[in-house]
Design a protein around this ligand. Structure first.
Ligand code: KG4
Ligand code: ZN
Length: 363
């Protein structure tokens, strides 16, 4: 590629309204000129989870301003763009549609190429934006809505090795927090409590370890926690602060151990392909205990461990702009006609996973 590409990225598939500008100049590392993320935590707080209608309305109201802010912080106008990339799925369809309609309008008005990006591909290609790593690499995506191992073989070539058959781990952290009266998002709250607890007091299950491969399950863990909580309540009429800390520590230790063992298996499955790294993405990658065990497992397998900065691990539009640049650069034609898709597996050949998560049917 011998020309500079400056793309606007738009992301609205769950509960973050995001716009960003990313530039790739020939022979240089990519630059994130701006990355705006407007979270919606406060809007959904009273409901204990993301409410699709509220999310869609908020995206529709905020996207214009978010794009304006991204262009202003990047110090450019629409005239400087070489294209627009938008998340076209998977996700909550109302929000995805808001982003797709805005992107379509802007692209048509300015005669710009429009790239329809799979949200998961955005996460999966992020290590190339942050660290410029080469294909192939193994990606573990662990967030509130996703949980899967992907071998990233090319800009448009992903092989899913396994994933959750029910809840995503972030979802399990969020539900655990709810069961224990902790605030949302649950991950940081549970991690904070776990730091003060005894991980050995409660013996929570390590689901699906008896099954070969690297599929995972987290919903039984949450049920086990509910039973342990209710047993304490039945016995003593309530739970103490220390009980809560111990429950959190036991739960987190179980998630960390399952992720570590399944990651070890995924690394073994792809060893012959010599992955350049194990990279993580998703909000759960913020968890210090989980990060530490993944790093250990990866380095034990002789594979470098890579965790992009958290603001690029969680939902953002820079990863969408970057995926658009990667696709343009690889000669993939812009998307003239495409539909917003609630479900959009990255790897059509992998067997469908069961169950349903925060973002609807598992992607
Ligand atoms: O990637 P993300 O921002 O959004 C999507 O779900 O796509 O991830 C948010 C999820 C939430 O479920 C949140 O509880 C979890 O990541 N999370 C954590 C931590 N920080 C965020 N889970 C465990 N430990 C954390 N420190
Ligand atoms: Zn995501």
């Amino acid at each position: 590629m011998d020309r500079t590409l400056t793309l606007l990225g738009i992301e609205s598939s769950c509960d973050d309204t995001a716009a960003a500008v990313v530039r790739l100049s020939s022979g240089q590392a990519p630059e994130i000129l701006s990355s705006e993320v407007l979270g919606q935590t406060a809007l959904h707080a009273a409901f204990g989870g993301v409410v699709p209608e509220i999310a869609a309305r908020a995206h529709a109201e905020r996207l214009d301003g978010c794009v304006d802010d991204a262009l202003t912080s990047a110090g450019i106008t629409l005239d400087a763009l070489d294209g627009i990339a938008v998340t076209a799925g998977p996700g909550l369809i109302g929000g995805v549609l808001s982003g797709v309609m805005l992107a379509r309008g802007l692209a048509a008005a300015r005669g710009l190429p429009l790239m329809a990006v799979n949200h998961l591909a955005g996460h999966a290609l992020t290590p190339r934006l942050t660290d410029g790593i080469a294909f192939p690499y193994l990606m573990l995506l662990v967030s509130g809505g996703h949980s899967q191992f992907l071998m990233v073989e090319g800009v448009d070539r992903f092989c899913r090795l396994g994933g959750t058959i029910d809840d995503a781990p972030g979802e399990a952290f969020d539900k655990t927090a709810k069961l224990l009266g902790l605030p949302q998002p649950g991950g940081p709250a549970v991690e904070g409590e776990a730091a003060l607890g005894d991980p050995k007091r409660f013996a929570f299950p390590r689901p699906l370890l008896d099954r070969t491969g690297c599929d995972m399950s987290f919903s039984g863990l949450k049920t086990a926690l509910l039973r342990a909580r209710d047993a304490l309540i039945a016995e003593k009429g309530g739970i103490t602060l220390q009980d809560r800390r111990d429950l959190c520590a036991g739960f987190q230790a179980a998630v960390a151990e399952v992720l570590a063992i399944k990651t070890g298996r995924a690394l073994a499955m792809v060893a012959d392909a010599r992955p350049t790294a194990l990279a993580v993405a998703g909000g759960v990658a913020a968890n210090t205990t989980i990060r530490a065990v993944l790093k250990t497992v990866s380095e034990r397998a002789g594979v470098p461990f890579l965790a992009p900065p958290l603001r690029l691990c969680t939902d953002n539009a820079a990863m969408i702009a970057w995926a658009g640049i990667e696709r343009l650069r690889a000669g993939i034609a812009p998307s003239s006609a495409f539909a917003a898709r609630p479900r959009w597996p990255l790897d059509d050949t992998a067997p469908a996973l069961l169950g349903s998560g925060k973002k609807g049917a598992k992607s």
